[in-house]
Ligand binder design. Structure first.
Ligand SMILES: Nc1ncnc2c1ncn2[C@@H]1O[C@H](COP(=O)(O)OP(=O)(O)O)[C@@H](O)[C@H]1O
Ligand SMILES: [Mg+2]
Length: 135
């Protein structure tokens, strides 16, 4: 089975969030995930894509299959050149939102995934890199 190395999905609108979620689910299925893992992965992708639309207006999601020694999984990168985040530890707290959201997107997503990294530079943008390994 051949898997495309990377899938880039431009994120500009709600419709793009749906596309990213569907493409992520499809690639995860091809990578051997099933059951509730597929729901977890698509939920996580939705949240970071929604953050791009709501907080940065536009950006992209990059999906790829991870192959570590003796394990495989899915890598999701969400990247934008929006306003960035001043205080990342604050943004990672449950209930913190500068918008109309519930402020559960980032902390919830971190709990759903196996690995979660966020880097941000005020005025320059934000990148979230997260991974889910096959159980
Ligand atoms: N891509 C982003 N660009 C700029 N700020 C962001 C981004 N993602 C999250 N944030 C900031 O982090 C906060 C927390 O995000 P989140 O937990 O998803 O809550 P919510 O989206 O409901 O506000 C947001 O309110 C926003 O201030
Ligand atoms: Mg959010």
């Amino acid at each position: 089975m051949s898997l495309k190395a990377e899938i880039h999905i431009p994120i500009n609108s709600d419709a793009d969030i749906v596309t990213a979620r569907q493409q992520g689910r499809e690639l995860a299925q091809q990578a051997g995930f099933n059951g509730s893992d597929l729901t977890v992965i698509s939920t996580a992708i939705s949240e970071v894509a929604r953050n791009i639309v709501e907080h940065a207006r536009s950006g992209e999601i990059v999906l790829s299959v991870a192959n570590g020694p003796g394990r495989s999984g899915l890598v999701v990168v969400a990247r934008d050149h929006g306003p960035g985040i001043l205080d990342i530890s604050l943004a990672m707290q449950d209930g913190y939102s500068t918008g109309k959201g519930l402020g559960l997107g980032l902390p919830g997503t971190r709990r759903l995934m196996d690995e979660f990294e966020i880097t941000s530079k005020p005025g320059a943008g934000t990148t979230v890199t997260m991974k889910k390994w096959r159980r």
